[in-house]
Design a protein. Sequence first.
Length: 147
Amino acid sequence: MDDLGLRDRDEIVVNDRFATVIWALMLIWMGTAILAGFQHWIADWRLPDLVWFPMLRTWLANYEFDFRVVPLLFLGNAAILTLELLFRIFIKQLRHNLTMLFLYIFIFLGLAAGSCGMFEPVMLIPGFFVALGIAILLSTILQQLIQ
């Protein structure tokens, strides 16, 4: 038995209600950001235009969609995951699977930066491996520091 009263690590992951809440918040944020794109809620904001994902422009060509919300969608998800990471670091019962959490944060930050035109799509694959390596290092270092 562990601190949560669960038998093994698999049972902890299955019963991680905090992760379920985080997924719900991310879905709510995504829906709100997409609605903001259709309703032009951020029309007056000075934001960069969407550079990547040309299929979105084709798919939504018949609608008045503000594509500048797409990087905000990715940044919002990265922010939510960063809050989750902080909670998991400071609350002992929630400390597991930090590597994947770091990786998801880096992926969303990379998608936000790339969709604003900060780098080319060809950099995704090497960037993924760099992010994976950094995620493994950070989670290993953090788990050693906080134990």
